[in-house]
Ligand binder design. Structure first.
Ligand code: ACM
Length: 534
């Protein structure tokens, strides 16, 4: 009842406030009450932190103030203060929750954690003039309209995936991707690190993965059906030092990283360097140059399990988060059907067919990951053969896999292709850069509702959040990656953060429009098609 009241209030406030473009917070806070007046930052403004957990956030805020005004804020430690910005510890709040009170005298941020305070700061920045995101110094006062905000997310998992297999993105590009996620309170970066077309992570025990599997001899150009290639070698990978650097960088922005190591499918690049792990041990493989699903998959021999466990051991040491994504999607069974070894194994294990063999593969890896204190995550195909209770499922073929997983008491991330595959077109293909296909305007992303009638209240608790996926067959630059991601990532942020009762596309669209100058200041290369769409 209280939630409904707050949300109606928020909607009411939002509808009227957005006309003035001064309360354009995205994602929409749970409760926002506008107030008369404004706070104005003065030169040498003081930020007071009552607890050391807030110091990094105060540092970020001071950095922005310095970039926009030419003088940094002064950060002080004290129990409280009567002016400036004050960070107070409020242990009654949830981990990601915050309260933000802006009055003409001071700005008070309350949170239980640095993360909550970080989200308060993101809301505060969005309330400030757009130049707060840029680097042009101006004497015009930075003002913040007075308000009282109480906010916390609807879902704990708010993710974006970047495929660096089809196209490689530099460390700097990945950091920029992470920076922008943080602005919209997204908290999970899913790093798709291995593909048929390229292996992108250094594994010390198996150096050929980077010297051979990370390079393809050429790439497709133009549409898939054109069947044209550029005759230019293409490659790239991250060293373990670079991975550690990105993990630490993301953690400062309260983003955890989930690495994905694909198996048993999407392994053609791996097989190019280590053909003994395939079904035809004397086959000469090459890193895939064509997009699509490769028939070259791992063969479930003991040697393969040892190899993948070695790889995962190094991966688990690099990523402190609890989840390890092992892919599990799109594993064609043709080679297993023709393999004497696989057919014998099916008989020996008393399995019905190759699909049960895939389940056997995933279950073994699941056991390994679980026994090392981590949790397994995979695309919805992994559900087919039974999983350990703490394994999580990422539903990509619509919502069906996610619904089934939740009904079997597995946690679920909803990432349905028809709502959140942001490599799909967002407007008329005739006017857009070449993409993989699909039809996914901003309004469609926003329309996704994770509260599913198929689930009981208890089962619904297993839907931990939502993710959008950026596959990069047709996306070779950061500029284009941002174009495909924004503003659709704003819809992802809002659907995963804001209360269901406040959902209103027109209101969202008005706020996005009001937020465009801020996106311009951040130099985000966003798509403008939504402006002329229904
Ligand atoms: C997928 O799109 N194959 C997960």
């Amino acid at each position: 009842m209280k939630l409904v009241y707050c949300s109606i209030l928020v909607l009411f406030v939002g509808l009227f406030s957005s006309a003035q473009n001064s309360y354009n917070i995205i994602p929409l806070p749970k409760k926002l009450v506008e107030q008369e007046g404004a706070f104005a930052f003065k030169k040498g403004a003081v930020i007071t932190v009552s607890n050391a957990v807030f110091s990094p956030v105060a540092g970020f805020l001071s950095e922005r103030i310095q970039a926009a005004t030419g003088s940094a804020a002064v950060i002080k430690s004290a129990k409280s203060a009567s002016s400036g910005v004050v960070f107070l510890l409020n242990s009654s709040l949830a981990e990601e929750a915050y309260m933000l009170n802006v009055s003409s005298k001071k700005i008070v941020i309350q949170a239980k954690t640095g993360k909550g305070a970080f989200y308060a700061m993101q809301s505060l920045l969005q309330l400030m003039p757009p130049r707060i995101y840029g680097s042009t110094v101006s004497d015009v006062a930075l003002t913040v309209p007075n308000c009282a905000i109480e906010d916390e997310p609807r879902f704990s998992y708010r993710g974006l995936m970047l495929d660096v297999g089809r196209h490689f993105f530099s460390v700097d590009a990945v950091k920029r991707f992470i920076d922008l996620m943080a602005v919209y309170k997204l908290n999970t970066f899913h790093w798709h690190l291995t593909e048929d077309q390229g292996w992108r992570i250094e594994i010390k025990k198996y150096p050929l993965l980077t010297s051979i599997s990370s390079i393809r001899k050429e790439s497709m150009v133009g549409a898939y059906d054109d069947d044209k290639f550029d005759n230019t070698p293409y490659g790239g990978f991250y060293t373990q030092e670079q991975i550690k650097d990105v993990v630490a960088y993301a953690s400062k922005k309260y983003i955890s990283i989930i690495p994905e190591i694909e198996m048993p499918g999407h392994s053609q690049a791996l097989l190019t360097a280590y053909p003994k792990l395939g079904s035809y041990t004397d086959k000469i493989y090459e890193v895939a140059t064509k997009w699509g699903v490769s028939e070259d998959v791992l063969c479930p021999r003991e040697e393969t399990f040892t190899f993948m466990e070695d790889v995962l051991t190094e991966v688990m040491a690099l990523f402190p988060g609890q989840y390890i994504h092992i892919g599990g999607d799109e594993c064609p069974k043709t080679q297993w059907k023709h393999s004497v070894f696989c057919q014998d194994l099916i008989k020996k294990l008393g399995l019905k067919d190759e699909h049960e063999l895939q389940s056997y593969f995933i279950r073994r890896i699941d056991k390994f990951v679980t026994s090392h204190g981590k949790k397994l995550l995979g695309w919805d195909e992994i559900l087919e053969g039974g999983l350990s209770p703490n394994a999580m499922v990422m539903s990509w073929r619509g919502i069906k896999g996610g619904v089934e997983a939740a009904q079997q008491n597995h946690d679920v991330v909803m990432s349905p292709n028809n709502f959140f595959y942001i490599d799909y077109y967002q407007a008329d293909p005739a006017t857009e850069p070449l993409a993989i296909g699909g039809d996914l305007p901003l309004s469609k992303c926003y329309s996704f509702e994770p509260d599913l009638p198929e689930l009981t209240a208890d089962q619904a608790k297993h839907i931990v959040g939502i993710q959008a996926n950026l596959w990069t067959e047709y996306i070779g630059t950061l500029d284009l990656a941002e174009y495909m991601t924004y503003p659709r990532a704003l819809a992802l942020a809002e659907v995963s953060w804001s209360p269901k009762a406040s959902k209103n596309y027109d209101n969202f669209k008005t706020r996005v429009k009001g937020h465009l100058p801020a996106m311009d200041a951040m130099k985000i290369n966003y798509c403008k098609a939504f402006l002329t769409q229904q």
